[in-house]
Design a protein. Structure first.
Length: 61
C-alpha cells in the first residue's frame, strides 16, 4: 500500500476517538502497534506471529 493509503488505514484503526480529536494519537499511541498488526495479520496475530507481539527496537513509544 502507498504511504497515503497507509496513513488512511492507520487513521481508520482508532476505534474510540474521532479523527479530529486533537490528542487522539497520544491516547492510543501505546496500542498503535497492536492495531496495525491486527489490521495486517488478523486478530490471531499473537498466536500465529508471536514475533510481532512486541514492537521492534526503535519503535516510538
Amino acid at each position: 500500500m502507498s504511504l497515503t493509503e497507509s496513513w488512511a488505514a492507520a487513521l481508520d484503526c482508532y476505534p474510540c476517538e474521532r479523527g479530529d480529536e486533537p490528542y487522539r494519537c497520544l491516547a492510543f499511541h501505546d496500542e498503535a502497534w497492536h492495531w496495525a498488526m491486527r489490521a495486517l495479520h488478523g486478530e490471531r496475530y499473537p498466536l500465529e506471529h508471536p514475533e510481532l507481539v512486541d514492537p521492534p527496537d526503535g519503535y516510538p513509544t
